[in-house]
Ligand binder design. Structure first.
Ligand code: SAH
Length: 338
């Protein structure tokens, strides 16, 4: 991307390229290095098609990652969470979810902290740091890629990816090199309309997920203040245009909060808002405890809500909760151990 800072690599690509140029190395070297890194190389030593002297030089001058690992946690269900620090000491978290069917899914952060203040989400309570660079996003993925093959990625970690779309898209372009195709990459948004519009016109073949949580404007504004800026009705219009252009459904995330948004009439209102039903696929999310005052809906309430949606022709599934015992589940990323 012309004019962009040289942050598109696994590391500081600008630094890599400058270092290679100073040594009079041929242009294909940086691509070689990236190929090794994307396939999980953990050191320059492994890059056997590079001259040994060059490998040593790079090891000294070009760090393999723009992030350092501050701590790691392992959940009983196989989920792993890593807390990183950027060079300017901003905390960033990412999660690897392992599923029984062999799927390996990464939950990536697009920002350190989040400028939005959704009432139920722990990330919004920490201080907002800044947008992450494409390198810092990719380095979260590479951290786990060094350990094992990965095949799915969701931008459901810290931050609002559509506020940092330039860098998120630059990272998305490189994820296929790690084994994660665009169709297996999903960007989740609170409904940041300019970003949805850009995804519609540029059309990268990534999936789109919308954090919806309430079909009534007033309640949604209470839960997600961003709704005052981009009201749900407008957001859904933007989602329909995206879906039409991409010929893919939009995934709708709906957090189930006891006595707040889980009543039968609210399922009916949701079904009415999500017209036509073929455009949307609903994912009901069990609430993960944070410091907020909310309680999660009971399993019975979640099942009844789902049945009410299904009766109206809306596809709905209940999200499997992963990593709750290490605060790695949705909405729990707050860099508490930073
Ligand atoms: N800002 C984007 C990307 C983060 S995705 C977005 O909001 O879509 C994080 C997902 O976890 C969102 O769907 C969010 O609503 C959900 N979430 C937040 N707090 C949660 C909690 N306590 N329990 C379960 N899910 C939560």
């Amino acid at each position: 991307m012309a004019g962009e800072p040289a942050t598109l690599g696994p590391m500081d690509l600008g630094l890599l390229e400058r270092t290679l140029a100073e040594r009079g190395e041929p242009g294909f070297r940086s691509r070689q290095v990236w190929e090794w890194v994307a396939r999980g190389a953990a050191s320059y030593e492994q890059m056997t098609n590079l001259p040994a002297a060059l490998r040593e030089e790079l090891a000294v001058h070009v760090p393999l990652s723009s992030l350092t690992v501050s701590s790691e946690a392992h959940a009983r269900d196989g989920t792993e969470k890593a807390l990183f620090a950027t060079a300017d000491r901003r905390p960033v978290e990412a999660v690897l979810m392992r599923y029984r069917d062999g799927r390996r899914s990464l939950c990536l952060s697009s920002q350190s902290g989040c400028p939005l203040t959704c009432a139920f989400c722990a990330t919004g309570t920490m201080k907002f740091g800044r947008n992450l660079t494409a390198s810092e996003i990719l380095d979260q993925a590479l951290h786990f890629r060094r350990r094992e093959a990965v095949d799915h990625a969701v931008f459901m970690g810290m931050g609002e990816p559509l506020i940092n779309l330039e860098q998120v898209l630059a990272a998305c372009e490189r994820l296929p090199d790690l084994g994660i195709t665009s169709r297996r990459t999903a960007i989740s948004t609170v409904g940041w309309i300019p970003g949805i519009e850009r995804l519609t016109s540029e059309g990268p073949p990534v999936r789109l997920a919308l954090s919806l949580h309430a079909a009534e404007e007033a309640l949604r504004s209470e839960l997600m203040p961003v709704n005052d800026r981009y009201p749900l009705a407008d957001v859904l219009e933007a989602c329909r245009r995206w879906s039409e252009a991409r010929r893919e459904p939009v995934f709708v995330e709906y957090l189930m909060l006891d006595g707040v948004n889980d009543r039968y009439e609210q399922a009916v209102a949701l079904a009415r808002a999500l017209e036509p039903p073929a455009t949307f696929k609903v994912n009901l999310i069990p609430y993960n405890p944070t410091d907020s005052d909310f309680e999660g809906s009971t399993r019975a309430a979640i099942d009844a809500f789902r049945a009410a949606l299904a009766e109206r022709g809306l596809r709905a599934t209940v999200r499997l909760t992963r990593g709750r015992d290490i605060d790695a589940a949705c909405g729990q990323l707050a860099a508490a151990h930073a």
